[in-house]
Ligand binder design. Sequence first.
Ligand code: F6P
Length: 372
Amino acid sequence: MIKKIGITTGGGDCPGLNAVIRAVVRGAVNVYDWEVLGIQDGFDGLISMQGIKELNPFKVRGILPRGGTILGTTNRGNPFKYKIMVGDKIEERDMSSRVKENLALLGIDALVMIGGDGTLFIGRDLMKMGIKLVGVPKTIDNDLSATEVTFGFNTAVTTATDAIDKLHTTAESHHRVMILEVMGRGAGWIALEAGIAGGADVILIPEIPFDLEVIARTIRDRNKKGSKFSIIVVAEGAFPKGGEAFFIEYKIGKKTVKTLGGIGQYVSGKIGETLSMESRVTVLGHLQRGGSPTTYDRFLATRFGMKAVDLIAQGKFGQMVCLRAGKIESAPIEEAVGQQKLVDPEGEVILTAEKLGICVGRHNKWVSGEMK
Ligand code: F6P
Protein backbone atom coordinates (compact mmCIF):
# COMPACT_ATOMS: atom_id res chain seq x y z
CA MET A 1 0.00 0.00 0.00
CA ILE A 2 1.67 3.22 -1.18
CA LYS A 3 1.15 6.35 0.88
CA LYS A 4 4.24 8.40 0.24
CA ILE A 5 6.66 8.55 -2.69
CA GLY A 6 10.02 10.27 -3.15
CA ILE A 7 11.34 11.88 -6.32
CA THR A 8 14.93 12.58 -7.22
CA THR A 9 16.91 13.88 -10.22
CA GLY A 10 20.43 12.50 -10.73
CA GLY A 11 23.23 12.92 -13.29
CA GLY A 12 23.65 15.90 -15.61
CA ASP A 13 20.58 18.11 -15.87
CA CYS A 14 18.56 18.54 -19.05
CA PRO A 15 15.54 20.58 -20.16
CA GLY A 16 12.29 18.84 -19.21
CA LEU A 17 13.22 17.57 -15.72
CA ASN A 18 10.81 20.00 -14.08
CA ALA A 19 8.00 18.90 -16.38
CA VAL A 20 8.51 15.30 -15.13
CA ILE A 21 8.52 16.47 -11.49
CA ARG A 22 5.31 18.45 -12.04
CA ALA A 23 3.52 15.51 -13.69
CA VAL A 24 4.64 13.08 -10.95
CA VAL A 25 3.41 15.42 -8.21
CA ARG A 26 0.07 16.13 -9.91
CA GLY A 27 -0.54 12.46 -10.70
CA ALA A 28 0.44 11.26 -7.22
CA VAL A 29 -1.73 13.84 -5.44
CA ASN A 30 -4.69 14.20 -7.82
CA VAL A 31 -5.17 10.57 -8.73
CA TYR A 32 -3.77 8.53 -5.84
CA ASP A 33 -3.78 10.92 -2.88
CA TRP A 34 -0.15 10.13 -2.06
CA GLU A 35 2.28 12.45 -0.34
CA VAL A 36 5.38 13.40 -2.36
CA LEU A 37 8.82 14.25 -1.01
CA GLY A 38 11.34 15.98 -3.27
CA ILE A 39 14.91 14.81 -2.57
CA GLN A 40 17.68 17.37 -3.05
CA ASP A 41 20.72 16.70 -5.31
CA GLY A 42 20.11 13.11 -6.37
CA PHE A 43 21.11 10.42 -3.88
CA ASP A 44 23.20 12.97 -1.94
CA GLY A 45 19.96 14.16 -0.32
CA LEU A 46 19.20 10.65 0.91
CA ILE A 47 22.62 10.43 2.54
CA SER A 48 22.78 13.90 4.09
CA MET A 49 18.98 14.24 4.61
CA GLN A 50 19.42 17.94 3.73
CA GLY A 51 16.88 19.89 1.68
CA ILE A 52 14.09 17.30 1.59
CA LYS A 53 10.82 19.05 0.88
CA GLU A 54 7.17 18.16 0.59
CA LEU A 55 5.83 18.76 -2.91
CA ASN A 56 2.23 19.39 -3.90
CA PRO A 57 0.57 20.80 -7.04
CA PHE A 58 0.80 24.32 -5.60
CA LYS A 59 4.58 23.99 -5.00
CA VAL A 60 5.24 22.84 -8.57
CA ARG A 61 3.19 25.61 -10.13
CA GLY A 62 4.98 27.51 -12.91
CA ILE A 63 7.91 25.11 -13.32
CA LEU A 64 6.81 23.59 -16.65
CA PRO A 65 8.79 26.03 -18.86
CA ARG A 66 11.81 26.15 -16.54
CA GLY A 67 15.10 24.47 -17.49
CA GLY A 68 17.27 22.63 -14.96
CA THR A 69 15.71 20.88 -11.98
CA ILE A 70 14.10 22.44 -8.92
CA LEU A 71 15.51 19.51 -6.93
CA GLY A 72 19.15 20.06 -7.88
CA THR A 73 21.36 17.26 -9.18
CA THR A 74 24.88 15.88 -9.17
CA ASN A 75 26.74 13.53 -11.47
CA ARG A 76 29.18 12.51 -8.74
CA GLY A 77 26.82 11.10 -6.11
CA ASN A 78 26.99 7.30 -6.35
CA PRO A 79 25.96 5.96 -2.89
CA PHE A 80 27.82 2.69 -3.55
CA LYS A 81 31.07 4.62 -4.08
CA TYR A 82 30.39 7.74 -2.07
CA LYS A 83 33.33 10.14 -1.88
CA ILE A 84 34.13 11.58 1.54
CA MET A 85 37.06 13.63 2.83
CA VAL A 86 39.18 11.80 5.40
CA GLY A 87 41.82 14.29 6.55
CA ASP A 88 43.09 15.75 3.29
CA LYS A 89 42.33 12.60 1.30
CA ILE A 90 39.21 11.59 -0.62
CA GLU A 91 38.01 8.09 0.24
CA GLU A 92 35.17 6.01 -1.23
CA ARG A 93 32.58 4.46 1.07
CA ASP A 94 29.52 2.30 0.42
CA MET A 95 26.63 4.38 1.77
CA SER A 96 23.83 2.39 0.12
CA SER A 97 22.50 1.01 3.42
CA ARG A 98 22.22 4.62 4.68
CA VAL A 99 20.02 5.38 1.67
CA LYS A 100 17.76 2.44 2.54
CA GLU A 101 17.57 3.41 6.23
CA ASN A 102 16.78 7.05 5.42
CA LEU A 103 14.05 6.11 2.96
CA ALA A 104 12.41 4.08 5.74
CA LEU A 105 12.91 6.95 8.19
CA LEU A 106 11.15 9.33 5.81
CA GLY A 107 8.33 6.83 5.30
CA ILE A 108 8.96 6.73 1.54
CA ASP A 109 7.31 3.62 0.08
CA ALA A 110 8.64 4.04 -3.46
CA LEU A 111 11.01 6.28 -5.36
CA VAL A 112 10.80 7.94 -8.79
CA MET A 113 14.34 8.21 -10.01
CA ILE A 114 14.95 10.52 -12.99
CA GLY A 115 18.39 10.06 -14.47
CA GLY A 116 20.71 8.88 -17.22
CA ASP A 117 22.60 5.65 -17.55
CA GLY A 118 24.70 6.23 -14.41
CA THR A 119 21.67 6.93 -12.20
CA LEU A 120 19.75 3.98 -13.65
CA PHE A 121 22.71 1.68 -12.89
CA ILE A 122 22.58 2.86 -9.27
CA GLY A 123 18.80 2.27 -9.25
CA ARG A 124 19.28 -1.29 -10.49
CA ASP A 125 21.62 -2.00 -7.56
CA LEU A 126 19.36 -0.27 -5.00
CA MET A 127 16.50 -2.45 -6.20
CA LYS A 128 18.53 -5.53 -5.37
CA MET A 129 18.57 -4.24 -1.78
CA GLY A 130 14.77 -4.23 -1.71
CA ILE A 131 14.18 -0.54 -2.50
CA LYS A 132 11.04 -0.03 -4.58
CA LEU A 133 11.66 2.34 -7.46
CA VAL A 134 10.81 3.23 -11.04
CA GLY A 135 13.09 5.02 -13.48
CA VAL A 136 12.57 7.93 -15.87
CA PRO A 137 15.37 8.18 -18.45
CA LYS A 138 16.90 11.53 -19.38
CA THR A 139 19.86 12.67 -21.39
CA ILE A 140 20.32 15.31 -24.04
CA ASP A 141 22.54 12.82 -25.87
CA ASN A 142 19.53 10.58 -26.71
CA ASP A 143 21.76 7.53 -26.46
CA LEU A 144 19.63 5.13 -24.37
CA SER A 145 18.53 2.22 -26.50
CA ALA A 146 15.48 1.32 -24.39
CA THR A 147 13.64 4.46 -25.46
CA GLU A 148 13.25 5.94 -28.92
CA VAL A 149 13.75 9.45 -27.60
CA THR A 150 14.77 11.01 -24.29
CA PHE A 151 13.40 14.42 -23.31
CA GLY A 152 15.98 17.21 -23.42
CA PHE A 153 17.33 16.02 -26.77
CA ASN A 154 14.90 18.06 -28.84
CA THR A 155 15.76 21.24 -26.92
CA ALA A 156 19.51 20.58 -27.29
CA VAL A 157 19.19 19.94 -31.04
CA THR A 158 17.10 23.10 -31.43
CA THR A 159 19.80 25.13 -29.64
CA ALA A 160 22.51 23.59 -31.86
CA THR A 161 20.51 24.19 -35.06
CA ASP A 162 19.96 27.80 -34.06
CA ALA A 163 23.73 28.17 -33.54
CA ILE A 164 24.44 26.75 -37.02
CA ASP A 165 21.95 29.22 -38.55
CA LYS A 166 23.77 32.08 -36.85
CA LEU A 167 27.21 30.82 -37.85
CA HIS A 168 26.09 30.54 -41.48
CA THR A 169 25.63 34.28 -41.97
CA THR A 170 28.98 35.26 -40.48
CA ALA A 171 30.79 32.36 -42.25
CA GLU A 172 29.45 33.54 -45.59
CA SER A 173 30.35 37.18 -45.00
CA HIS A 174 33.96 36.38 -44.05
CA HIS A 175 34.58 33.39 -46.37
CA ARG A 176 35.58 31.32 -43.37
CA VAL A 177 35.26 27.80 -42.15
CA MET A 178 33.10 27.82 -39.03
CA ILE A 179 33.38 24.87 -36.68
CA LEU A 180 30.67 24.16 -34.12
CA GLU A 181 31.58 21.70 -31.36
CA VAL A 182 28.50 20.15 -29.78
CA MET A 183 27.92 17.63 -26.99
CA GLY A 184 27.91 13.89 -27.62
CA ARG A 185 30.37 11.68 -25.79
CA GLY A 186 29.86 8.36 -27.50
CA ALA A 187 26.87 9.10 -29.68
CA GLY A 188 26.70 11.76 -32.39
CA TRP A 189 22.92 12.30 -32.47
CA ILE A 190 23.02 16.02 -31.64
CA ALA A 191 25.72 16.74 -34.24
CA LEU A 192 23.97 14.64 -36.88
CA GLU A 193 20.42 15.94 -36.45
CA ALA A 194 21.38 19.59 -35.92
CA GLY A 195 23.92 19.34 -38.74
CA ILE A 196 21.31 18.09 -41.21
CA ALA A 197 18.64 20.53 -39.97
CA GLY A 198 21.09 23.45 -40.10
CA GLY A 199 22.57 22.59 -43.51
CA ALA A 200 26.13 21.82 -42.36
CA ASP A 201 28.72 20.81 -44.96
CA VAL A 202 30.68 18.44 -42.74
CA ILE A 203 29.37 16.45 -39.73
CA LEU A 204 31.82 14.53 -37.56
CA ILE A 205 30.56 12.00 -35.00
CA PRO A 206 32.22 9.47 -32.65
CA GLU A 207 30.72 6.53 -34.57
CA ILE A 208 32.68 7.39 -37.76
CA PRO A 209 36.40 8.14 -37.20
CA PHE A 210 37.15 10.90 -39.68
CA ASP A 211 39.68 11.32 -42.46
CA LEU A 212 41.10 14.85 -42.58
CA GLU A 213 42.06 14.51 -46.23
CA VAL A 214 38.42 13.86 -47.19
CA ILE A 215 37.26 16.89 -45.17
CA ALA A 216 39.87 19.09 -46.87
CA ARG A 217 38.77 17.81 -50.29
CA THR A 218 35.12 18.60 -49.50
CA ILE A 219 35.94 22.19 -48.56
CA ARG A 220 38.27 22.62 -51.55
CA ASP A 221 35.49 21.39 -53.88
CA ARG A 222 33.04 23.83 -52.33
CA ASN A 223 35.53 26.67 -52.84
CA LYS A 224 36.00 25.68 -56.49
CA LYS A 225 32.24 25.72 -57.03
CA GLY A 226 31.98 29.20 -55.57
CA SER A 227 30.98 28.54 -51.95
CA LYS A 228 33.88 30.21 -50.19
CA PHE A 229 32.70 29.24 -46.72
CA SER A 230 31.91 25.98 -44.96
CA ILE A 231 30.21 24.84 -41.77
CA ILE A 232 31.58 21.90 -39.81
CA VAL A 233 29.62 20.41 -36.90
CA VAL A 234 31.69 18.15 -34.68
CA ALA A 235 30.58 16.09 -31.68
CA GLU A 236 32.88 16.47 -28.67
CA GLY A 237 33.63 12.73 -28.74
CA ALA A 238 34.60 12.56 -32.45
CA PHE A 239 38.16 11.58 -33.32
CA PRO A 240 40.40 11.11 -36.39
CA LYS A 241 40.99 7.70 -37.96
CA GLY A 242 43.66 5.87 -35.99
CA GLY A 243 43.46 8.52 -33.24
CA GLU A 244 41.62 9.02 -29.98
CA ALA A 245 39.06 11.42 -28.48
CA PHE A 246 40.39 14.75 -27.18
CA PHE A 247 40.31 15.69 -23.50
CA ILE A 248 40.94 18.87 -21.55
CA GLU A 249 42.48 18.57 -18.09
CA TYR A 250 41.77 20.98 -15.27
CA LYS A 251 42.27 21.16 -11.53
CA ILE A 252 39.75 20.99 -8.71
CA GLY A 253 41.93 21.76 -5.72
CA LYS A 254 44.78 19.28 -6.03
CA LYS A 255 42.83 16.80 -8.10
CA THR A 256 43.25 16.68 -11.88
CA VAL A 257 39.97 16.14 -13.72
CA LYS A 258 39.52 15.27 -17.40
CA THR A 259 36.63 16.30 -19.61
CA LEU A 260 36.04 15.84 -23.33
CA GLY A 261 37.02 18.87 -25.38
CA GLY A 262 39.47 20.22 -27.95
CA ILE A 263 38.34 18.39 -31.09
CA GLY A 264 37.00 21.60 -32.66
CA GLN A 265 40.36 23.36 -32.21
CA TYR A 266 42.19 20.34 -33.60
CA VAL A 267 40.08 20.33 -36.78
CA SER A 268 40.48 24.10 -37.08
CA GLY A 269 44.28 23.80 -36.87
CA LYS A 270 44.33 21.16 -39.59
CA ILE A 271 42.08 23.24 -41.89
CA GLY A 272 44.44 26.18 -41.49
CA GLU A 273 47.50 24.04 -42.30
CA THR A 274 46.12 22.13 -45.27
CA LEU A 275 43.82 24.69 -46.91
CA SER A 276 45.33 27.99 -45.78
CA MET A 277 41.83 29.08 -44.86
CA GLU A 278 40.73 30.99 -41.82
CA SER A 279 38.51 29.15 -39.41
CA ARG A 280 36.81 29.87 -36.08
CA VAL A 281 35.62 27.48 -33.41
CA THR A 282 32.47 27.80 -31.30
CA VAL A 283 32.07 25.38 -28.42
CA LEU A 284 28.37 25.28 -27.61
CA GLY A 285 28.89 23.40 -24.34
CA HIS A 286 26.30 23.64 -21.60
CA LEU A 287 24.07 26.07 -23.52
CA GLN A 288 22.71 22.80 -24.93
CA ARG A 289 21.68 21.63 -21.48
CA GLY A 290 20.12 24.89 -20.34
CA GLY A 291 17.07 26.95 -21.10
CA SER A 292 13.38 26.36 -21.45
CA PRO A 293 12.36 22.93 -22.85
CA THR A 294 10.72 22.85 -26.28
CA THR A 295 7.06 21.86 -26.61
CA TYR A 296 8.17 18.37 -27.67
CA ASP A 297 10.29 17.88 -24.55
CA ARG A 298 7.63 19.25 -22.16
CA PHE A 299 5.05 16.93 -23.70
CA LEU A 300 7.27 13.83 -23.58
CA ALA A 301 8.54 14.60 -20.05
CA THR A 302 4.97 15.07 -18.80
CA ARG A 303 3.85 11.73 -20.27
CA PHE A 304 6.93 10.02 -18.79
CA GLY A 305 6.17 11.48 -15.34
CA MET A 306 2.54 10.34 -15.37
CA LYS A 307 3.52 6.85 -16.52
CA ALA A 308 6.04 6.59 -13.65
CA VAL A 309 3.27 7.31 -11.14
CA ASP A 310 0.98 4.73 -12.76
CA LEU A 311 3.77 2.11 -12.68
CA ILE A 312 4.12 2.62 -8.93
CA ALA A 313 0.35 2.33 -8.46
CA GLN A 314 0.40 -0.94 -10.41
CA GLY A 315 3.31 -2.24 -8.32
CA LYS A 316 5.54 -2.45 -11.40
CA PHE A 317 8.78 -1.66 -9.62
CA GLY A 318 12.14 -1.93 -11.33
CA GLN A 319 10.65 -0.62 -14.57
CA MET A 320 11.80 2.36 -16.59
CA VAL A 321 9.36 4.41 -18.68
CA CYS A 322 10.13 4.63 -22.37
CA LEU A 323 8.79 5.75 -25.75
CA ARG A 324 8.16 3.03 -28.33
CA ALA A 325 6.41 3.62 -31.66
CA GLY A 326 4.99 6.84 -30.26
CA LYS A 327 3.49 5.13 -27.19
CA ILE A 328 4.59 5.47 -23.56
CA GLU A 329 5.57 2.03 -22.31
CA SER A 330 8.00 0.56 -19.81
CA ALA A 331 10.99 -1.78 -19.80
CA PRO A 332 12.88 -3.49 -16.95
CA ILE A 333 15.69 -1.19 -15.73
CA GLU A 334 17.91 -4.26 -15.58
CA GLU A 335 17.63 -4.70 -19.36
CA ALA A 336 17.63 -0.99 -20.17
CA VAL A 337 20.91 0.06 -18.56
CA GLY A 338 24.19 -0.10 -20.38
CA GLN A 339 22.63 -0.47 -23.82
CA GLN A 340 23.86 2.57 -25.69
CA LYS A 341 22.00 3.70 -28.79
CA LEU A 342 24.59 4.78 -31.32
CA VAL A 343 24.29 6.22 -34.81
CA ASP A 344 24.42 3.42 -37.38
CA PRO A 345 27.17 4.42 -39.87
CA GLU A 346 25.17 2.68 -42.62
CA GLY A 347 21.74 3.72 -41.36
CA GLU A 348 19.12 5.85 -43.07
CA VAL A 349 20.05 9.12 -41.33
CA ILE A 350 23.72 8.94 -42.25
CA LEU A 351 22.88 7.94 -45.83
CA THR A 352 20.43 10.84 -46.08
CA ALA A 353 23.23 13.18 -44.97
CA GLU A 354 25.65 11.74 -47.51
CA LYS A 355 23.13 11.82 -50.37
CA LEU A 356 22.57 15.49 -49.55
CA GLY A 357 26.29 15.97 -50.19
CA ILE A 358 27.30 16.30 -46.53
CA CYS A 359 30.72 14.89 -45.70
CA VAL A 360 30.62 12.67 -42.60
CA GLY A 361 34.39 12.33 -42.49
CA ARG A 362 34.70 9.51 -45.00
CA HIS A 363 34.66 9.11 -48.77
CA ASN A 364 31.15 9.94 -50.00
CA LYS A 365 30.29 7.48 -52.74
CA TRP A 366 26.89 9.09 -53.26
CA VAL A 367 28.27 12.31 -54.69
CA SER A 368 31.52 11.06 -56.22
CA GLY A 369 29.73 9.83 -59.35
CA GLU A 370 30.46 6.13 -58.78
CA MET A 371 26.82 5.33 -57.90
CA LYS A 372 25.44 6.74 -61.17
O1 F6P B 1 25.38 13.23 -20.83
C1 F6P B 1 25.15 14.47 -21.36
C2 F6P B 1 26.39 15.30 -21.48
O2 F6P B 1 25.81 16.45 -21.92
C3 F6P B 1 27.50 14.84 -22.39
O3 F6P B 1 27.29 14.98 -23.75
C4 F6P B 1 28.66 15.66 -21.89
O4 F6P B 1 29.90 15.12 -22.20
C5 F6P B 1 28.42 15.65 -20.43
O5 F6P B 1 27.03 15.57 -20.25
C6 F6P B 1 29.01 16.81 -19.70
O6 F6P B 1 28.60 16.76 -18.38
P1 F6P B 1 29.17 17.65 -17.19
O7 F6P B 1 29.86 18.82 -17.76
O8 F6P B 1 27.97 18.00 -16.39
O9 F6P B 1 30.09 16.76 -16.43
